[in-house]
Design a protein around this ligand. Sequence first.
Ligand SMILES: *Cc1c(COP(=O)(O)O)cnc(C)c1O
Length: 367
Amino acid sequence: MIRLADARVPEHAVEAVAAVLRSGQLLAAQECSEFEKELAALLGCGYVVTTSSGTAALHLALLGLDIGPGDAVLVPDFTFPATANAVVATGAVPVVVDVDPGSFTMSATDLERVITSWSGPARLSTVMPVQEFGRCAEMEEILSVADRHGLRVVEDAACALGSSIHGRPAGTWGQAGCFSFHPRKSLTTGEGGAISTDDGAYADRLRRLRNHGMERIDGQLVFTEVGLNYRLTDFQAALGRAQLPALGTMVERRRAVAEAYSAGLRGLLGRGVAQLPEDHPGHTWQTYMVVLEEGVDRARVIEAMRGAGVEANVGAQSLTAIGLYGPTSAEVGPVLDRCGLALPCHHGITNDETRTVVLSLYEALSR
Ligand SMILES: *Cc1c(COP(=O)(O)O)cnc(C)c1O
């Protein structure tokens, strides 16, 4: 079976994890703090704070900004629901903004529309664009809308480690960037996440909130605020560190897989496929999602591809379609939710396998 994702890690990474396990110090924080420094260097940002998951990163980033009951956070309709769940977990309400049909990311035009027509009662405080599938949103436009309305920006860059737009890395555009190291992402620690920021006081607060609100003051442990346990373990950090130098190579391979798909699938446009994903220089292709034509039975396509040894699946979710996040007027997101088809995309896929995937979709759609 050609899998959607394959998180096999190299032997030296297994060894790095084993070394931490053998040391008996699973939470010594040494590996975590090295991993944080290396990620900060990669992103070119001041500080990185690792977390136990991408969802924890999102929740913590919002808590660190004192977002809670009475606040509203603008999120794109088409995403993984964790984006909105993290907002709800703080006590704030998510406010849904539609996505751009070409990039699948938050539409700056709809953002402006939703902000100007907002009537409360919650106070709009933060915009949380998602760098969906490793493709960055039009961050310059989103930042300019946010600035104009006095809103902060927190990026959900969960699937976008190594991505960039206009040469600037995902995770460095707003107050904070949140990453995930889930096995479906470009670099994995099993579960894991991180927050990037240039604000030192904010990073200190995130570290405190990540560790039960605890601080060491004059050698004494003091609980200075209400916190959580969102720490990453050292063996997870070791796993991440061991793969980090190969991130660029892994992303290049994903890019080649995406290019092969786009070249091979062009003939299906108008014949079951409505749209291929837009290429973009800073795209890291966490997911390669085509949009099927309305009326194509996606479940049957997925089943037929499975029969040919290819794992395909839905792309991402529409918050509107899920229906748990209040009233929304998004129209593009629900279509992508209904018609999106994600193809296997990871650095372990061979050229032969890309051809098998392409052929299996041709065959599935010709039935
Ligand atoms: C993967 C993902 C998350 C959640 O990350 P976890 O590490 O699984 O908690 C959040 N947002 C987006 C856009 C994601 O793709």
